[in-house]
Design a protein around this ligand. Structure first.
Ligand SMILES: C[S@@+](CC[C@H](N)C(=O)[O-])C[C@H]1O[C@@H](n2cnc3c(N)ncnc32)[C@H](O)[C@@H]1O
Length: 378
């Protein structure tokens, strides 16, 4: 795994910080691959038969699998080690960021002031009320959350480097694979739409916003988030790459755009971090701001009803042990119904698993995309 990122807001890494990041990433990979596969084997060989014997039927959903498995020694070991490695992800990168605050601030000043390569903007709203759900817990065990404590940009750098370690470097050196995959899926699926305005909601550091501008250079691209330090970092990061994005501090539930003025509302890994009423309000806002024929496109985890009880349990793990309080509640919902409640035409609803654009030539992407696999077919 390369611990350096390819943009101007990267921080210098010494041998120690590289070694720590690689160790943590390797350990996480061991837990999520080797141990996870043994966890399933242990469940099938020991846990499920015992449950069947005592209950007279197999577990019918993720919750029952959790009840069956949580006393098992292997599950306890797996969960402890997974929690420890999650905490190590942040500990490791926080050290690197704290050791490089001066260089981070220097680059921030340089890139956010430089309009020669890109003409992006940043608008912060110090009066924005940060909802309690976004403040009360350190989501996915990330200390200080997205807003940090009195920090100007550090949480942005921590998220950037943390995500790289968390994903074993597999999101690319600009952590943009999701953005490229979704933007190109959209381009190929809707060739008749030439988007003029694209809005990424819950954009954090803009890593998946940038590829929308790269895919549709003539469009006006906006990134919205509640977390000021992440947005400030996002702005300098995009400017350093020469990509013009407009970042705004605001809430998904009240988008600052006129009715019918947006072609694409996009979100990535946002919905599972929101309470149900906020998702409803966000979808209603997306419906309001989209032009007729515009598209709301969300990259998310699959719904529980498309998964086996074991797989549902496996994904729900984050809800119980990784400070993701809304993870299960979101995935327990019917996604088509969520869209219908906001006013969207259910005839136009589609779900799909996008191939990874940065991992293959475009011809292969088109071929895989045309397989039209939906969540339910996996
Ligand atoms: C998991 S991160 C999203 C990551 C990013 N979109 C990606 O592709 O990796 C969730 C983001 O949603 C933001 N957020 C939470 N509640 C929000 C709200 N009501 N409106 C806008 N952004 C919100 C958080 O500050 C955080 O940056």
């Amino acid at each position: 795994m390369d611990t350096n990122l390819q943009h101007g807001m990267d921080i210098p890494q010494n041998l120690g910080s590289r070694a720590r990041a690689r160790f943590v990433s390797g350990l996480r990979s061991y837990v999520l691959n080797n141990m996870a596969s043994e966890l399933r084997q242990d469940y099938e060989a020991n846990v499920e038969p015992k449950w069947l014997e005592s209950e007279g039927a197999q577990p019918v959903n993720g919750w029952e699998v959790l009840k069956a498995i949580r006393g098992s020694e292997y599950f306890k070991q797996y969960s402890s080690l997974r929690c420890a490695t999650q905490e190590l992800v942040w500990d490791t990168v926080i050290d690197s960021v704290e050791n490089n605050v001066d260089s981070l601030q220097e680059n921030f000043a340089k890139f956010s002031a430089d309009q020669s390569q890109a003409q992006g903007t940043l608008s912060l709203n110090p009066d924005l009320e940060i909802p309690r759900y976004a403040d009360a817990v350190d989501v996915h065990l990330m200390p200080g959350n997205y807003g940090g404590v009195d920090a100007a940009i550090e949480p942005g750098a921590i998220y950037d480097h943390g995500l790289n370690v968390f994903a074993f470097g597999m999101m690319g050196k600009q952590l943009n694979d999701i953005g490229w995959s979704m933007a190109n899926f959209f381009r190929l699926k809707f060739p008749d739409i030439q988007p003029q305005r694209i809005v990424d909601v819950g954009c954090t550091i803009g890593h998946n916003t940038v590829p929308w501008k790269q895919t549709f250079p003539d469009a006006e691209v906006h990134g919205i988030d509640i977390a000021a330090p992440c947005l400030s970092y996002a702005h300098a990061r995009a400017q350093s790459m020469g990509i013009s994005i407009h970042f705004h501090q605001g809430r998904a539930e009240s988008l600052d755009f006129e009715d019918a003025s947006v072609d694409v509302v996009f979100s990535s890994m946002l919905l599972h971090e929101l309470p149900e009423d906020v998702i409803d309000a966000f979808f209603a806002e997306a419906f309001r701001v989209l032009k007729p024929g515009g598209v709301l496109i969300n990259m998310e985890l699959p719904p529980n009803d498309s998964l086996s009880p074991y797989d549902a349990f496996y994904l729900d793990w984050d809800c119980y042990y990784n400070n993701e309080p809304f993870y299960k509640a979101f995935r327990d919902q019917d996604y088509t119904e969520l869209c219908a409640t906001a006013g969207f035409d259910t005839e136009r609803f589609f779900d799909f698993q996008a191939p990874r654009y940065t991992y293959m030539p475009e011809e292969q992407f088109i071929e895989e995309m045309n397989d039209e696999l939906s969540f339910d077919q996996h």
